[in-house]
Structure formats: C-alpha cells, structure tokens
Ligand binder design. Sequence first.
Ligand SMILES: C[S@@+](CC[C@H](N)C(=O)[O-])C[C@H]1O[C@@H](n2cnc3c(N)ncnc32)[C@H](O)[C@@H]1O
Length: 223
Amino acid sequence: MTHLSPERRSVADAAPGFLPDDEADALRAAAAGARPGLWLEIGTYCGKSTVHLGSVAEGVGSQLVSVDHHQGSEENQPGWEWHDASLVDPHTGRLETLPRARHTLHDAGLEGTVTLVVASTQQTASWWCAPIEMLFLDGNHTEEVAQHDYAAFARHLTEGAVLAVHDVFPDPRDGGRPPWHVVQRAVGSGAFEEVSVCGSLRILRRTATPFEDDVHGDGPSLT
Ligand SMILES: C[S@@+](CC[C@H](N)C(=O)[O-])C[C@H]1O[C@@H](n2cnc3c(N)ncnc32)[C@H](O)[C@@H]1O
C-alpha cells in the first residue's frame, strides 16, 4: 500500500519541490492509515508530494484533490531563497507551476485519481463542504494563511481522519513557526491527537472532540 513504483518514484524525484525522501515515505504511510474517500492536499507546487499521496490514494480507491493558485509562496518569488527562475511564465512574468504539476501527474499516470484545483485556499474554502478523510497542509506558511488553512479545512475531517502538517519547526532556528503553531492549536484544542513525527512532518488524528468553532471556543493561545 505504501510502496511507490520505481517509475513513479523517478517522476516524484524529478519534480521540483520540498519533500525529503524520509518525509515522503512517512506521508505515504500516514495516508495508508486513512480511510478511503476524499483526500485533500493544500500546496501542489510541481506535484512532488501529490505523486506520493496520489499513489496511495489510487491504491485504496480514494480521490485526491490538490489546491494551489500556482503562483508560489513568498519564498518562491524573485530574490527569495526558494525562487526557481525556470518556473517563471514569460507571458505573465509570474511564477507559474501549473504546467509543471500537470506534466508530473501525466508522467505518474495519476490524472484519474488527482483533481487539481487552481485557486487560492481562501477562494476554495468559500465553497468547500465535503467531508475529508486525509488532509495534508503544505501551503502558504505565513501565520495568517497557515491558520486560515487549518481552520477552514481541518473542520471537515471526520472522526479518526488523518491530518498531516509539513514544515513544522518547534525551534525557530530551524524554520518558520506558523505550522508549529497550527499543530499546537490542533492538539491543544483536543480535536486532534499526535500520532507520529518524521523530520518536519507531523501526523495527527481527529478525535471525537468537537472542532473548536463548533463549541464556540477561542482556542489555545500561541506561544
Ligand atoms: C511548500 S509549497 C508546496 C510543496 C509541495 N507540497 C511539494 O511537495 O513540493 C507551497 C505551495 O503553496 C502555494 N500557495 C501559497 N499560498 C497559497 C494560497 N493562499 N492559496 C493556494 N496556494 C497557495 C504556493 O503556490 C506553493 O506552490
């Protein structure tokens, strides 16, 4: 179930992206523990993690939706550390990762399992209403958007569903803090329990405790 074929592994490896091998393996293992149904990824970029998640989804008969406006995060823009000039669209002059993501899914043979939503998470959240069995949060890492993405989509996770959060750095010397704040908020609310850690990847599971807004709580304070 968690096995990735050599062909798909080489497609995932060739896709520009931000998921080390050990975290990719842990992500597939977590996905294999999720119930079949609708799975959601926030942050497609060029489709690297989408191949890993999509491969497990295909094996269990799940559908994976992956959301991205495909214009990159702050750190992907010109002059920033994670800018890739080869991904700039000469027509718009902007970063544009959709064509690369489509090539990745084509080459991986996952077009029948993965639905790409080309929109901001704020736009997507305004109409999303489906229950989710697996959620991978790997989008914008600013405090405002990371908190938005958690609040907007994690509420749709069913009891027992899996929440994976990427780029979680408890120590600020290792990286930005917003994903860590999201994990603290999720576990502190009682609506999630932590299952495992691999590098910067945290795996949580939805408990029976109502989602914070459903009980009109303010949530825990962030440290
Ligand atoms: C860290 S990358 C995702 C990496 C990807 N999961 C991988 O395995 O390589 C974050 C992505 O979030 C997207 N993003 C940033 N802010 C967004 C927003 N408000 N709505 C939708 N996507 C956003 C960026 O375009 C970028 O592709």
